[in-house]
Design a protein around this ligand. Sequence first.
Ligand code: 5AD
Ligand code: SF4
Length: 431
Amino acid sequence: MNERDSEAISAALEAGGLSATACENDADVLVFNTCSVRETAERKAVGKIGIMKKLKKDRPDLIIGVAGCMAQRMKDELFAKLPHIDFVAGTGQIHKIPEIINGIIGKREKIMNVGETSEDEKELLDGFGGHLYGDGKISALVSVMRGCNRFCSYCIVPYVRGTENSRPQEIVLREIRNLADQGIKEIILLGQNIAAYGLDNSMLGRKKSPFAELLGKIEDIDGILRVRFTSPHPAYFSDDLINAVVSLPKVCKNVHLPMQSGSDNILKKMNRPYTSAEYLAIVENLRKGAPEMTFSTDVIVGFPGETEEDFLQTRDLMNKVAFDNAFIFKYSPREGTKAANFADDVPKTAKEERNQILLKDLALRAEKHNKAMLGSLVEVLVEGPSKRNSEKWCGRTGTNKVVIFEPDGKISTGDILELKISRATSMSLYA
Ligand code: 5AD
Ligand code: SF4
């Protein structure tokens, strides 16, 4: 989500005549797009922006702005914390950043803009703009909705990103058709509660899940080869959606399904309205329809009141699903959320230990899964030269595995290749 917003900020600045620099020392304008999900993310951002004080001292004309969730959450408190910044732009004001910068150039005043999403942002979101192309880019992020109505008890997102707002289906499809015309092959659909796409507006009451319907329509767009999406909430993963994911050929057979915990007790306290059995049933139904399906997830360890038994239930559910990847987070209380009123009673050492146990399980499993692929044929979408070694190229399977291979001189970024896996480690596959 933040990556997509950063792209939209860059595109808006480029449209206003600015161009990107390779290094912050060369820039006339620095915009920090921030995340508030965990305290560590905020601390890192404050640290990084703090370092910029020296640049600003050497070059007083440098314009420094803070955008995104932290801007929305802390508002003018940020000016007190970081006196060298010039502007604060909230989550609904991305499109206003060029205008804000012009205002600063004219008056050299500090500017704060953290209002609701305005009509002209809707225009920007509804238009074709806001994407960057070039450098053999084949994959594009497309935001289908903003905000979240779920209010999981630990989460700051609904407070900083507002309520759910789905973009009309035709407008999303138009944007994707336009991306296909620009040579994009893979679409990654984004929404905080993406499986609830369309349930907040006129699509409500339709028989079919509006998100499943959207996937079906994207399937028909020529030039698009693959579709991924993130993040669906298990409570909205209907049979309709399961059918769409397993049966539509362009929809990748890899689902990121945040579980958060494997303990029903903790799920209830998290305000996540599903049980571990219901979660597992979604996974099993997806696997029944597409046996090659791989899964990744988000997990929080050390949520208030999480006992050793609760943690073992999380570990057990992770083993049952056999995730290929997982983002494991140590619980971080966020001011203003419901869980911030619960005692943060799991000691730091226990959070760290639980984190390490799950990471180790994951690494062992990844190695086992990757080794099982030795000798098999896989279909990859070619992404281009490997970042580590430009003589090798990399591609990605629909199941979201990166495969490193030697190019034969005839292939190009965006091609689909069939490769035979010849070597496997816990981190990578080689062909
Ligand atoms: N503490 C730790 N992790 C959190 N997440 C959200 N809020 C918190 C928090 N307060 C995690 C969830 C979510 C992911 C994006 O971040 O796992 O799915
Ligand atoms: Fe946060 Fe996701 Fe829950 Fe929404 S569904 S409140 S974004 S964790």
